[in-house]
Write a protein that binds this ligand. Structure first.
Ligand code: C2E
Ligand code: MG
Ligand code: MG
Length: 740
């Protein structure tokens, strides 16, 4: 309920009035109680005085009646006797109960009496001898339960002496007392002791009771019982109520008036002014709102963008540090509750700044997006990835089995360091990983960050790019090299294999050579991405044994097909090309398996040559002189200078599959492929188109005079055991055109 100030003040004043009224009632009660106490003491005093006064008055009155009758008895008036006078007298004085004239005999004994009642009651005459009545005297007596006050005295009637006895009813006395004292007496109740009167119908327990003996001191013929009714609160309340209420209401109205004039009215005026001000403000702000609404909408859009920005990295769309830290805290809480374990992986991408300098920031952004996509793909749903800063990414991985964590992280590592294609250019990235595990390495988020970061710092100076946190005191390195160890073991134990993909002549449909492609399944039997595996080997001094294994395996394979005069293509790594003893190594294996150098095609990528052309040219020239043919792989993705190409004993150019795969539908790719073929032909080089996946591409390439084709449309890489079957069918040109 809402109270306004007027109703509030009315309620306040009414409350105060009620309070005052209650206070008055209380004080009245106290006053009455005190008064009653005083009254009961003084009451008796007052009453006795009043009774005495009345008795005095009665006596005087009775005496006066005697004297009057005495006088009249002697001379009752003309023509009448005393007896007839008496009759009138009774009529006039109802208080007179009886008037007797008593005669005495010669001895002075009373003979009879006569009067109103006509007879003298036994015991009424208290004095037996006439002489005793010579002095008038007042007595009281009870006759038949009646209380009488009598006066007796001598009287002479018609010359003879008699005694006059005048009796009055004591009830009359009491009636007189009622009048005299101003007390409202209740009707008398006679008891054995006398007569009782009650004032105000009091019960005897309540107030003071006064018992006054009536009669002579010798014979008390009656008692007057009077009780004082204590002053009643309600009587007083009744008497004062209306007046007090009127005063209080008048006072309340006065206070209200004062309040209204001095407080309420000014306040109401103030409220009204404020309401008017608020109204005008509201109107102004509504107007203002209408004016600024479009602006607000723009601001809200900005706000949405800002909110997104607050959560996401604008370049990659990955979560930013803020959200990642929140996820990490949640993960740690979950870990504390359920015992789950988590790995925090900090990833530092290397070389981005140089790329930015060389090729511009936009290229780096595109590259970062690809890295982010790769990371997203390689993670499970329960994992999180975020970009912290330009080069810095973070992963939060749930550790389901500790022994598989190393493999998982290495896989992610390989997915990051793969070559990226940005606007037709291949960019290779390197990366460092620092790992800390909850709860092994830290149990709080900050410590986990610190430890993962310190592992990352250590990765910079160590040979292995993935480093786990290691305590300063820890003597053993807990980081895993499982992948590299597995690869080493795979090379040693001959667990790798080569598959062979035919390169077919477009005119004759003869197999020109079979490109050997490496295949490796990791310890969990997952097929590993082979270009990353090569990079792993390159970074860990394993490429030499790996390449040796490949060269030897390829030579062994060729030797099985000696009679077919088949050639094999071997992909070499950059590190191999820097090894001056490479020709020697190849020679060793080819001789061991009686493979002629002409049966070996060395594939090197355009990018590899251009990294260090002078040194590479020398090794390649040596290989050329040995009789091996060279093929420039992935042509078009690097920046091979034609001058170098001319210097090399290069026989073939392999147009990179990124131009070939969609050339049937992409005119730009078609243009590049056509120009490359023409250029190669002017340099007297054979052209291989790799990544031929459709008949349309095949037909287009034939029309462009491409020499050789390789791709899924011709054949997928074959297991060594499948190659024999391939030779049986591939000689028929129409088979290739129908597609396998
Ligand atoms: P590359 O030498 O250009 O090999 C061609 C790659 O394209 C192979 O992938 C092959 O499976 C794939 N390919 C062939 N035809 C098609 C096609 O029609 N469509 C598509 N989408 N792909 C096709 P792979 O085997 O994964 O090899 C990838 C790269 O790894 C190779 O590229 C090569 O640079 C490197 N590599 C493979 N084996 C070896 C090796 O024994 N030694 C060295 N050093 N590098 C190797
Ligand atoms: Mg190749
Ligand atoms: Mg290639």
């Amino acid at each position: 309920m809402k109270l306004n100030i007027s109703s509030f003040s009315i309620i306040l004043v009414a409350g105060l009035t009620l309070l005052m009224f209650l206070l008055w009632s209380l004080s009245l009660k106290v006053l009455v109680d005190r008064q009653n106490l005083q009254n009961s003491a003084s009451y008796r005093q007052d009453l006795l005085g009043q009774v005495r006064q009345l008795q005095q008055k009665q006596r005087l009155w009775l005496q006066s009646q005697y004297f009057l009758l005495n006088t009249l008895a002697e001379s009752p008036g003309e023509g009448r006797n005393f007896q007839s006078f008496l009759w009138e007298y009774y009529q006039r004085n109802p208080n007179i109960w009886a008037v007797n004239l008593i005669e005495f005999d010669a001895h002075g004994n009373p003979l009879s009496r006569s009067g109103k009642q006509g007879c003298l009651q036994p015991g009424q005459m208290q004095r037996d001898n006439f002489d005793d009545y010579l002095v008038p005297g007042i007595t009281s007596c009870r006759i038949d339960g009646m209380a009488l006050l009598e006066i007796t005295g001598p009287v002479v009637i018609e010359g003879s002496a008699r005694v006059l006895l005048v009796s009055m009813d004591y009830f009359d006395f009491l009636n007189d007392f009622s009048d005299l004292s101003g007390r409202r007496l209740q009707p008398a109740v006679e008891s054995e002791r006398g007569i009782q009167y009650y004032e105000y119908g009091l019960d005897n327990d309540g107030g003071a009771q006064v018992i006054i003996p009536l009669g002579d001191s010798a014979s008390v013929f009656a008692e007057l019982h009077l009780s004082l009714q204590p002053m009643s609160f309600w009587q007083l309340f009744e008497r004062q109520f209306v007046m007090v209420l009127a005063i209080l209401i008048a006072a309340a109205i006065g206070v209200l008036l004062l309040l209204h004039l001095n407080v309420i009215r000014p306040l109401l005026e103030l409220a009204e002014r404020m309401r008017l001000a608020a109204n005008s403000l509201q109107q102004a702000s509504a107007k203002r709102r209408a004016e600024v609404k479009p602006g607000l909408r723009v601001m809200r859009d900005y706000f949405d963008v800002l909110q997104k920005m607050a959560k996401r990295d604008p370049v990659t769309g990955l979560h930013n540090r803020l959200i990642f830290e929140d996820r990490l805290l949640q993960a740690i809480c979950e870990g504390k509750r359920s015992g789950r374990r988590y790995a925090l992986v900090m990833i530092d991408l290397r070389g981005l700044d140089e790329f930015a300098l060389q090729r511009g920031h936009y290229i780096v952004d595109v590259l970062l997006r690809q890295v982010a996509d790769g990371l997203r793909e390689s993670l499970r749903e329960s994992d999180h990835v975020a970009r912290f800063e330009r080069n810095l990414f973070a992963l939060l991985l749930e550790v389901q089995q500790r022994d598989q964590l190393n493999t998982l992280i290495e896989k992610i590592y390989l997915s990051v360091v793969k070559p990226y294609q940005v606007f037709g250019r291949v960019i290779e990235l390197s990366a460092l990983f620092g790992v800390a595990i909850y709860p092994e390495h830290a149990i709080e988020a900050d410590d986990l960050y610190q430890n993962a970061s310190s592992a990352l710092v250590r990765a910079e100076s160590s040979e292995w790019p993935i480093q786990f946190f290691r305590d300063a005191d820890a003597s053993t390195d807990t980081s895993g090299f499982s992948m590299i160890q597995s690869l080493r073991r795979a090379i040693e134990n001959d667990e790798l294999k080569l598959v062979y993909q035919p390169v077919v002549d477009l005119e004759t449909y003869q197999t020109v050579y079979l490109e050997a492609l490496l295949r490796w399944k990791d310890p969990e039997k997952h097929e590993m991405p082979i270009d990353s595996t090569i990079r792993l080997a390159e970074q860990n001094h394993l490429i030499k044994p790996l390449s040796n294994w490949i060269i030897e395996s390829a030579c062994r394979f060729v030797s099985e097909f000696q009679h077919k005069d088949v050639a094999v293509g071997i992909n070499l790594s950059m590190i191999d090309l820097h090894d001056r003893r490479l020709p020697e190594r190849i020679e060793t294996y080819s001789q061991r398996h009686q493979v002629k150098p002409a049966q070996i095609v060395i594939e090197i990528t355009e990018g590899q040559i251009m990294q260090d052309p002078d040194e590479v040219v020398e090794v390649l020239a040596h290989l050329g002189t040995m009789g091996m043919s060279l093929s420039i792989d992935d042509f078009g993705t690097g920046q091979a200078s034609l001058t170098y190409l001319k210097q090399l004993p290069v026989e073939k150019l392999k147009i990179d599959q990124s131009f070939v795969r969609d050339m049937a539908t992409n005119p730009d790719d078609q243009l590049i492929v056509r120009a490359t073929i023409e250029l190669a032909h002017t340099l007297d080089l054979k052209v291989v188109a790799e990544g031929v996946e459709t008949l349309a591409a095949c037909d287009l390439l034939a029309e462009m005079n491409c020499d050789h084709v390789q791709g899924y449309y011709i054949s997928r890489p074959l297991e060594a055991e499948q190659v024999a079957a391939w030779f049986e069918t591939s000689v028929k040109p129409d088979l290739a055109r129908k597609g396998r």
